[in-house]
Design a protein. Structure first.
Lengths: 105, 491
């Protein structure tokens, strides 16, 4: 039995995007180019496997910007270690979604 | 874009997301909808093309469906957890506790359960004169009772005389009428072996008044279950008696029910008409019993012979426990007619499980039966005594039929459940797959295959039992199957 879960390329890309700072569903869609019917179910599976964690944005921040509050995602410790394993498995992952871009979002 | 098109698309996309939300289980729907509506708001701000927005909204259906399937699988996993052997036994134990509690709480069933705690003394007989041809049994006079009790007899070691009259009781200021009163010799309860709730050491209350015992039913209905009843004076007919205790319900096993007993001295009883004689058989006397009766010949002082017959009191009433044993016997007889009693064979190429596993499997079956029997007993008591029926026969028949039905159904379930449990881990096999074609039964095999979720065994159930494949067969899965069960407790 494998100790680390083996992620598909799509799931690894989503994990990498979240790690890079694309922390809500639509931004992950935009970054990865994946359709909504792929991204959201994949994010729910990652959350179920405790690789990512979600939280709601504070309503006051959303109200100040006159928009609905967003649900944000971030990697857990298990998610980070899984991503490390996935990067070795998919070496192009970091080139597709560079982590440096996180600072710009 | 014309001004009315944008609101129309907004409404359309809102409808799409709202429609997709219907697929999401109700508990998660609000949060799911909140997230998708927030995302949709941002998509509207970013996408100029309505087609892209529609594509985005259609993705909501896939997300909703995935979430629904995930929760369904979680539920299935929970159900399979509940189908583990331990959970099954715990469930049965809980049902047993519930049935038992109800039986002890039902007022109509309480006399039965009380009688179980204080069973009647064994070897009691009711002595009567032989049938005089009139269809009934003549009563015995007090004189004959004295002859009986004073004659040395190795078969009988205790006698009591009683006579039942219908009398009025004066309780306080109210005259109650029509109660069945048994006038008896003082040793009646000691011969019967009835434990009395509160009993004065003396038969007489010390003031010359005869002692009286009231039944539990009378104590509850007429005295309001008064805990201070002992010592009170009760007017029975024309005489007074002092209450010395309360007799437990159903303790009186004799044919005619009685509401109160007046324990009068023998000189008072000697003036009474003929009555009944109870006796207790010694071990030698019980050996002489035949079909619940025994013949007794008493020789008087003047060498006169008196032929009497003794009828077993135990044999006159069928207890709920006897009724239940009979129902279990009937259910055991009927069981092979409704299900096969085989536990499944082991495939010819497959090894048998180690003997500790086999013992555990059999212990599990025994445990299920051991829990089912009390469930059937107490549930049948609950059904028979949930309300008072006019005749005790009605309750007896209801108990017999319900105990039979519960035993038969329960045993059938226990066997079916056992046959569908993996002999290694005792989990229920799952994922049934139809194999083969029914039309090829005589050339090949057709039926259903079920697999142990722990990866231990495969169960073949024939669709049509044949001479070469009559019953279910277990096939053990070797290590080459383990990769299919990653994450389970295979091995």
């Amino acid at each position: 039995m494998a100790a680390e879960p083996k992620l598909s390329h799509t799931a690894a890309m989503i994990l990498q995007a979240i790690n890079a700072g694309y922390i809500y569903g639509f931004s992950v869609m935009e970054m990865t180019g994946l359709p909504s019917g792929t991204v959201y179910p994949a994010m729910r599976r990652l959350e179920r496997d405790d690789l990512i964690r979600s939280h709601w944005e504070r309503q006051s921040i959303a109200d100040a910007e006159q928009r609905p509050a967003r649900k944000y995602y971030k990697l857990t410790a298990a998610g980070r270690s899984t991503l490390e394993v996935s990067r070795k498995r998919y070496p192009l992952l970091e080139r597709l979604i560079p982590t440096e871009e996180a600072e710009q979002v | 874009m014309t001004p009315w098109v944008e609101p129309a698309f907004c409404a359309f996309h809102g409808l799409l997301v709202g429609g997709a939300a219907l697929l999401v289980p109700a508990a998660q729907r609000a949060e799911w909808l909140r997230e998708w509506r927030a995302e949709l708001w941002h998509v509207r701000r970013s996408c100029a093309c309505a087609g892209e927005m529609t594509a985005f909204c259609l993705g909501a259906f896939k997300d909703a469906w995935c979430l629904r399937e995930h929760l369904r699988r979680e539920r299935v996993r929970t159900v399979s957890l509940h189908s583990s052997a331990g959970q099954c036994l715990l469930g049965l134990a809980a049902v047993m506790a519930a049935c038992c509690t109800v039986a002890y709480l039902l007022p109509q069933a309480r006399p039965v359960t009380d009688a179980l705690r204080s069973p009647a003394r064994a070897g009691l007989i009711l002595i009567r004169q032989p049938d005089d041809g009139s269809g009934g049994h003549a009563a015995i006079s007090f004189r004959h009772y004295k002859v009986l009790s004073e004659t040395r007899n190795r078969y009988l070691d205790g006698f009591a005389f009683y006579r039942i009259d219908r009398e009025k009781l004066l309780n306080g200021q109210v005259r109650q009428g029509g109660w069945k009163i048994a006038y008896a010799t003082p040793n009646l309860f000691s011969v019967l072996g009835i434990p009395v709730q509160s009993m004065d050491g003396n038969n007489e209350a010390g003031d010359g008044m005869p002692a009286a015992m009231v039944s539990e039913a009378l104590w509850r209905s007429e005295f309001g279950a008064d805990p201070e009843i002992v010592g009170k004076v009760l007017c029975v007919g024309a005489r007074e008696a002092r209450i010395v205790g309360v007799a437990p319900s159903r303790a009186w096993k004799l044919p005619e029910p009685v509401d109160a007993w007046v324990l009068a001295p023998e000189e008072v009883m000697a003036r009474s008409r003929a009555g009944n004689v109870m006796a207790h058989l010694t071990g030698a006397g019980r050996a002489q019993m035949w079909a619940g009766s025994v013949n007794i010949t008493v020789y008087g002082r003047n060498n006169s012979e008196l032929d009497l017959s003794g009828i077993s009191i135990d044999g006159q009433t069928v207890t709920p426990w006897q009724m239940f044993r009979f129902a279990v016997f009937l259910a055991l007889l009927a069981l092979p007619a409704i299900t096969t009693v085989s536990m499944g064979e082991y495939g010819p190429s497959s090894h048998r499980p180690p003997w500790p596993r086999r013992i555990v499997r059999w212990l599990y079956l025994v445990a299920k039966f051991a829990l089912l029997l009390p469930i059937a007993y107490y549930a049948s008591l609950d059904l028979a005594y949930w309300r008072s029926f006019g005749s005790s026969y009605a309750a007896d028949y209801i108990q017999l039929f319900s105990a039979f039905a519960i035993c038969l159904g329960g045993m059938r379930w226990a066997l079916l459940d056992q046959r569908q449990r993996c002999p290694i881990c005792l989990k229920r096999v799952a994922h049934p797959a139809q194999v083969g074609l029914a039309s090829r039964t005589f050339l090949a095999w057709n039926g259903t295959e079920l697999i142990c979720t722990g990866g231990h065994t495969l169960l073949h159930v024939p669709g049509l039992p044949t001479s070469w494949f009559a019953t279910e067969q277990w096939l053990y899965l070797d290590a080459s199957w383990e990769f299919l069960f990653a994450g389970t407790d295979a091995g």
